[in-house]
Design a protein around this ligand. Sequence first.
Ligand code: URA
Length: 193
Amino acid sequence: MSVEEIDERVRWYITYRQRVLGCTECPARRDCSQPVPGEGSMFPRVFFIGRNPGEKEDDIGRPFVGKAGEVFERFLMEIELERPEIFVTNVCLCKTKKNRLLSRYEISTCVRKFLIPSLKFMKPKVVVVFGAQPNYFINSISKIREYHGKVLKHKMGFKVIPSIHPAMVCYKPEKFRELQKVAKVLDEVLMRT
Ligand code: URA
């Protein structure tokens, strides 16, 4: 990558962050203390998409830093990936009260304003989508169990792997095995890509 490309991406990210932090477009913004922008490499080897920030993410202003974040870090260690090599974000960038389900309007607004432009700009080759609601929105999948750990082709051009959400492991530790399965598939895809 050239210095110009790096410069372009850094400038893009600065504008993206400012737009995220200033967004008041949907009701989820009233539930949180700050929107949480995606973060990581501007040339990510993998692009991860979760649901929306929880309490800790809302306090700190970074995605996946709470309990689900600890599981996410364990998942990354399985394939020796580190946060600076990947990009991680959510379908909705605001915490919701008592972790309530997001409305269709909240997700589609945030996806249109921030997620789609991020994917179009960074053009990742591989995307992992965590959890039922994000997979419903991104992959039109209503039964995640059927597609968990499968490699699909998304209409935007990238390969996409639907996965259970790392937060599930907080309640059912044995589910980490399911994430290990996704890690193995992802590793194989990265070796071929
Ligand atoms: N933290 C996030 O940033 N996203 C989730 O989906 C869960 C926890």
